[in-house]
Write a protein that binds this ligand. Sequence first.
Ligand SMILES: NC(=O)c1ccc[n+]([C@@H]2O[C@H](COP(=O)([O-])OP(=O)(O)OC[C@H]3O[C@@H](n4cnc5c(N)ncnc54)[C@H](OP(=O)(O)O)[C@@H]3O)[C@@H](O)[C@H]2O)c1
Length: 274
Amino acid sequence: MKKYLVIGNPIGHSLSPLIHNHWMKKYRLFGSIYEKRKVEEKDLKNIVKEIRDDEIIGVNVTVPFKKLIIPFLDELHPTAKKTESVNTLFKVKNKVVGYNTDEPGFAQTMWELFPDKDYKILASLKRKNIFVLGAGGVTSSIIYTLEQRGAKVFLSNRTKKKAEELKKKYTEIDVLDWGKRPPVCDVVINTTSIGLTSNERIDIDFNDCNGDKNKLFYDLTYNPKETNFLKEARLRGNNTMNGQKMFLNQAIHAFNLWTNITPKIDDEVVKLLD
Ligand SMILES: NC(=O)c1ccc[n+]([C@@H]2O[C@H](COP(=O)([O-])OP(=O)(O)OC[C@H]3O[C@@H](n4cnc5c(N)ncnc54)[C@H](OP(=O)(O)O)[C@@H]3O)[C@@H](O)[C@H]2O)c1
């Protein structure tokens, strides 16, 4: 039996097993199974050992372990190193390597939203002003993509110190106090976990964006499908998108690392998340 896992705490909400088991069946990888496991920080070392000993083939890592897993790994893929965020583990040439597939998952989503007509990928977000809310585990991956593609990033987090920590890594970003807005912005990205529960909302006034279809409000959360942040933007007449595509894209990248197969996003897989 080839075993795959997603680890986190809490883990009950994870939809990764649904997606990966669907693909394992679809691509006839009989004898493969993907499960979720709730772990504590003290268990991380042993998870890596299980991969080293071929008891587990691949692992997805979620909140709050994406950074905490790093000291136990033999090697980091360059993007995981730069972002200090690991969401996928796989053994390569006897070394347990940490990858970050959130970053290409988000990058691909942005590429589909902002294609560059000349196919100059790095220019696709150039000159866009992007307001990023939050400075949690996933935010570094988001800023990495945006900077690579030449966007101007404004960052704001409730705990300002965490935003300032990110500025040490991404020097071109501007850090704003929580509640403040940049003078201009084309896209607002919510990377906070506000919205995972239905009664929370972000207390920033975007009413001057009323009726502006060119403004995109993007939320990394995909469950619930429409957070208050997205609902308010939709009611204002703005463009909105949730994190479902990014989630599927990161899963495709992980599945490809483990199996060499690139699954397609079809109606069947989208329906699984509904
Ligand atoms: N679509 C995808 O593929 C994908 C991938 C990864 C993550 N996500 C989603 O992205 C979100 C963040 O994930 P993460 O790993 O970065 O989480 P995290 O490390 O726990 O960070 C949480 C962030 O939310 C902020 N926050 C939480 N409650 C708040 C409140 N009441 N007011 C203001 N700020 C608040 C935190 O601010 P403080 O620093 O002040 O605490 C922090 O910036 C989650 O909803 C997760 O599901 C989606």
